[in-house]
Design a protein around this ligand. Structure first.
Ligand code: DAH
Length: 337
């Protein structure tokens, strides 16, 4: 009998220690100390035992009763405290799903573009957004009275300087500090005093490319632009060069990709407005005047340069019809990419 009571005590204490709710604790109290519990039953039989056995059994069952009661009280206090302090760990509750961050669509596109060019052997570089007139215009063969300057509605900064209107500034910064050959791309923000509407913003993004070496030709430029178009919009993508003017390239072109949505068919396509082509940006062979500004020998070296509008490419690729969405930080929009 003594052994049985000791076993009862062990079991009760283990169950109490494992109880996580007050309700369960109350059930344990009834079961182990209640009027119809095995312990009470044993105690009620004490009187009928031979006198020499009574003290030992009495001590064992009394001790068990006391230990169980104490364990119940203690466990009860712990549970109440935990509930009030909010520290109870309920492993059955659903967990908090951690919010996963991700790249903004323009950043991930800039990274994708960068890696396309890295595979072609270009290094990724950057330059300052706060610039001076020299790097934004003069060194790019756009002197003060040049009409092309009017096309760039520029934010001038108090105390001199300006916000760069294009990433072409980085061409100058790189050539100033690096002897040829150079092969770089520079993604980044640009600013113009444009009136904001669905297709214009005062902040936009470009990636600039520059390749200078001996014997670089227009064919290299076209091949490079074509490789970009195919990797960005699919292997069927075609490239079209249209004659254009930029002060820092001669000859200069604007280039288009065949529309990836209608596959160049046009007819009612909302991305290419029915033309079958989407305009990306400008490019050309680096003007000798630009080489002169950075001290490269135009007799020895030739080069090509190009820009690409990252916002524009993102709009074409994802069928976005309002550039403002990129800068509104509305998670309902940015989470879709
Ligand atoms: N910087 C020009 C713009 O923002 C784009 C451009 C045209 C970049 C021709 C070039 C280039 O590198 O060669 O409109």
């Amino acid at each position: 009998m003594i052994e049985e009571i000791e076993e009862l005590r062990r079991q009760a204490l283990a169950e109490i220690a494992a109880a996580v709710e007050l309700q369960a604790l109350e059930e344990l109290r009834v079961r182990h100390l209640g009027r119809r519990s095995r312990l009470r039953e044993a105690m009620s039989q004490l009187g009928s035992l031979p006198a020499d056995q009574r003290p030992a059994l009495g001590a064992t069952s009394g001790g068990a009763q006391k230990a169980i009661q104490e364990a119940l009280d203690q466990r009860r206090a712990t549970l109440i405290e935990a509930a009030e302090g909010g520290t109870a760990l309920d492993v059955t509750l659903p967990g908090h799903r951690p919010l996963r961050g991700r790249l903004h669509p323009l950043n991930s596109l800039a990274e994708e573009l960068s890696s396309i060019f890295q595979r072609l052997g270009f290094a990724v570089v950057d330059g300052p957004e706060m610039e001076d007139e020299y790097h934004n215009f003069d060194a790019l063969n756009t002197p003060a009275d040049h009409p092309a300057r009017d096309l760039h509605a520029t934010f001038y900064l108090e105390g001199g300087g300006l916000l760069r209107t294009h990433t072409s500034t980085v061409q100058i910064r790189i050539m100033e500090t690096t002897p040829p050959p150079v092969r770089v791309v520079a993604p980044g923000r640009c600013y113009r005093r444009d009136t904001v509407d669905a297709t214009h913003h005062f902040v936009f993004h470009q990636i600039e490319g520059l390749y200078v070496d001996r014997h670089v030709s227009m064919a290299d430029l076209k091949g490079t632009i074509e490789a970009m178009g195919r990797q960005l919009l699919g292997p069927q993508t075609k490239v079209r060069f249209r004659p254009h003017f930029f002060p820092f390239t001669e000859p200069s072109v604007e280039y288009d990709f065949s529309c990836s949505l209608c596959r160049g068919e046009g007819r009612g396509c909302r991305v290419c407005k029915g033309t079958g082509w989407v305009e990306i940006s400008g490019a050309g062979m680096v003007d000798p005047a630009v080489f002169a500004a950075v001290g490269y020998d135009p007799e020895r070296y030739t080069g090509f340069a190009f820009g690409a509008g990252i916002d524009r490419i993102a709009m074409i690729r994802y069928g976005i019809d309002d550039i403002r969405l990129f800068l509104e930080s509305d998670l309902r929009f940015t989470r879709q990419f």
